[in-house]
Ligand binder design. Sequence first.
Ligand code: VLZ
Length: 134
Amino acid sequence: MPVDFSGTWNLTSSDNFEGYMLALGIDFATRKIAKILKPQKVIEQEGNSFSIQTTSTFRSYFVQFKIGEEFEEDNKGLDHRKCKSIVTWDNDKLVCVQTGDKKNRGWTHWIEGDQLYLELRCEDQVCTQVYKRA
Ligand code: VLZ
């Protein structure tokens, strides 16, 4: 049985979100606001189906996917660049590759204890976030 990511998770730390946003070309004013946000993630996992709702006071983002099935991602409210995305398991890690204009774009989720980790990648930038179970 794979890991169960289901639940509500609150951000406790974020390293280099600024670098990630810069790599995505997010403007200065948006970055100033975005970097002080403490987003919450609500993840629903049922078999191979996932939804991830990221909510903050400023902007929110929703994504839904099935493991191994490519989908169109619009990144609405983020950088708005369309990607072809695919999420697969790497052992107990959930790995998303977002193919589009930006090189090396994607993210990885994993769990350690009661903490959810998220690595966000774009070009040469890596942001690491930690969330605690609510
Ligand atoms: O997360 O790709 O959990 O989509 C941040 C909203 C959402 C704050 C970032 C506003 C989404 C930022 C990160 C304005 C620029 C992400 C995936 C993995 C699911």
